[in-house]
Design a protein around this ligand. Structure first.
Ligand SMILES: C[S@@+](CC[C@H](N)C(=O)[O-])C[C@H]1O[C@@H](n2cnc3c(N)ncnc32)[C@H](O)[C@@H]1O
Length: 557
């Protein structure tokens, strides 16, 4: 069996937060080196020695050394009292290995003292890992991970942990509102069904209820969502000390995590194979169906030392952190948590980024139906929708809702344009198309078919760009503008200008939830604004001119 590495792409949390999430793997041959970057370069003191080493950081570093976690002294861990970040103490170069973390030091179900308890209860996934985290936390100083756990925040401020009032007031209208409310209910059920019964576990698991309440469960889930990694098939997801200290920058990471394997089915015995791991995999999707099929024996007991014999059935022994970009002395070293939009970032990690190019806004089919009903009868609207479907189109579907994506530049999904176009077809054209489709019986070249049925031009193989251009009639553009207005009304009475002003007056430290949710609102509303611009440009005369030139070209061919 080959090296097992799970990609640490964040899974789409929800349909709302399912903005493109892709991993970036731009490794270079230099990453094959296996020497840890040592102090040679770091010994040159930086001009501006910044940051501090807090007591908890010093204890954590001592603990890392005692556990065999190697880290370069070119990395500076900075503790501002609330959060940690990592900076370069000297110029870091692509290919520099800056840390090596033995898997045995990761906090997973397999390494936790609660392994037997978790496995016998059949708890897998985030549920199992959260019991491991709660259990180790309950041990206090006796936990083998005590200095690591001490460095973690009590919880991450994810919307899942906000009060219902906060969720309703701060997320109203956003892509997260409904999702978070649903999450809260499911997570509570998870706890009641799976965690509460553990308190009756027989000795030696004398669990302290104070560490296994619903609040502690939510806190553990928030830490897992925001900082766990998929390690391998054996360990599954786990907390990876040190690797989880790097902050995120969208599409501009400096460091990659790699699983290192040196085992028998490598091409040669001496060959090291490496696979990228990407932060973070915390499965924030509440689920009650977590179960373990692994019935493997368990020989760990509570509060044991980290046990190197735990790397069972998996030959990969360590995780490495390797620079994929040069970083100048004094600059922060970033990881990436994936190419995700702000709704996903807030949902899983509790923060958002201004000008995030991976943002999207969704327009529900339900909203399109409302718009259609404001113009046409229910029967007429349904018939048009059915024609659109018979032509082979659909929107995105998730959790029984059908919707259309508007990308961050304001461009709507083409299926929405086609639907609007069909909805707005003149009655006779619609009947003609309906009849043609019934006789033809297939929907090949459907865009061309729709457009040609309008009788203006023949278009068999339309490129998406040309099709878009032709679909953007004046009526379709007006419909887009109306839909943008309808979607924007979900945000309540505050205008976008009010939101921007509120953000300007907001203190990120004191009003973190407000700050990040305002960025989410503003970025989503910005997309709707760009959708309006997109629609407006469609009705401008230059656009008409462009269309007529496209038509001319098409006629010639
Ligand atoms: C894996 S941890 C990173 C280390 C973290 N700063 C710490 O104090 O341990 C992920 C958390 O760091 C914070 N974070 C990471 N990147 C961020 C960013 N670009 N802006 C704001 N907060 C960020 C968020 O709170 C997130 O949930």
């Amino acid at each position: 069996m080959g090296n097992t590495v799970s990609e640490n792409c964040p899974k789409p949390d929800t349909r709302r937060a399912r903005n493109q999430e892709t991993t970036v793997h731009n490794r270079t041959s230099k990453t094959q080196q296996s020497e840890l970057l040592t102090s040679q370069r770091a010994q040159t003191p930086p001009h501006n020695t910044m940051g501090s080493s807090s007591r908890r950081l010093r204890a954590f570093k001592r603990w890392m050394r005692s556990q065999g976690i190697d880290f370069s002294d070119a990395l500076q861990f900075t503790d501002d009292g609330e959060a940690i970040s990592v900076r370069a103490l000297c110029d870091l170069k692509v290919g520099d290995m800056v840390a090596r973390i033995p898997k045995t030091t990761c906090l997973t179900v397999k390494t936790s003292g609660a392994r037997e308890l978790i496995e016998s209860a059949g708890l897998g996934g985030s549920l199992g890992l959260s019991v491991a985290v709660m259990y180790e936390r309950s041990l206090g100083q006796s936990s083998p991970w005590a200095p690591y756990l001490h460095l973690l925040p009590p919880h991450e401020s994810l919307p899942l942990l906000w009060s219902l009032h906060e969720v309703d007031s701060l997320l109203c209208g956003t892509e997260l509102h409904k999702t978070v409310k649903e999450d809260k209910a499911i997570i509570y059920e998870d706890w009641k069904e799976n965690i509460l019964p553990l308190l009756d576990s027989p000795l030696p698991f004398n669990l302290n209820p104070n560490f296994f309440g619903v609040e502690q469960y939510l806190a553990a889930r928030s830490l897992i969502a925001s900082r766990s990694f998929a390690i391998d098939e054996f360990h599954e997801s786990g907390m990876v000390p040190l690797a989880d200290l790097f902050n995120h920058k969208t599409g501009a990471e400096d460091v990659h995590f790699t699983s290192v394997s040196s085992h028998s089915d490598s091409k040669s015995d001496t060959e090291c194979s490496k696979n990228d791991l990407q932060a973070n995999t915390g499965d924030n999707e509440p689920s009650s169906e977590n179960s373990y099929s692994d019935g493997g024996g368990s020989d760990t007991s509570g509060g044991s030392d980290l046990d190197s014999s735990l790397v069972l059935g998996d030959h990969t022994t360590a995780l490495e952190m390797i620079m994929v970009k040069d970083v100048k002395v004094g600059n922060e070293v970033f990881n990436t948590y994936g190419l995700v939009g702000n709704a996903a970032l807030l949902h899983r990690y509790g923060f958002t980024e201004p000008d995030n190019p991976f943002d999207i806004v969704n327009i529900d089919l339900e909203l399109v139906s409302q718009w259609s009903l404001s113009l046409f009868s229910g029967r007429y609207s349904r018939a048009k929708l059915s024609l659109w479907r018979r032509l082979g189109y659909s929107g995105c579907v998730s959790e029984n809702t059908e919707y259309f994506e508007i990308s961050s530049d304001g461009e709507p999904q083409i299926e929405l344009l086609i639907l609007l176009y069909i909805m707005l077809l003149p009655e006779d054209t619609y009947h003609k198309l309906d009849l043609t489709l019934s006789t033809k019986g297939n929907s090949n070249g459907s865009i061309g078919m729709i457009l040609s049925e309008k009788g203006k031009f023949m278009l068999e193989k339309a490129s998406e760009e040309v099709s878009r251009d032709l679909l953007l009639t004046k009526d379709v553009c007006n419909a887009l503008r109306l839909l943008a207005d309808m979607r924007d009304s979900f945000y309540g009475s505050n205008s976008m200008k009010d939101d921007i002003e509120a953000l300007g007056n907001c203190c990120i430290r004191r009003e973190r939830k407000l700050y990040y949710s305002l960025i989410l609102r503003i970025s989503e509303r910005g997309i709707l604004e760009r959708l309006r611009t997109y629609a407006a440009s469609g009705v401008q005369s230059f656009r008409t001119a462009k269309r007529s030139s496209v038509r001319k070209k098409l006629k010639k061919t």
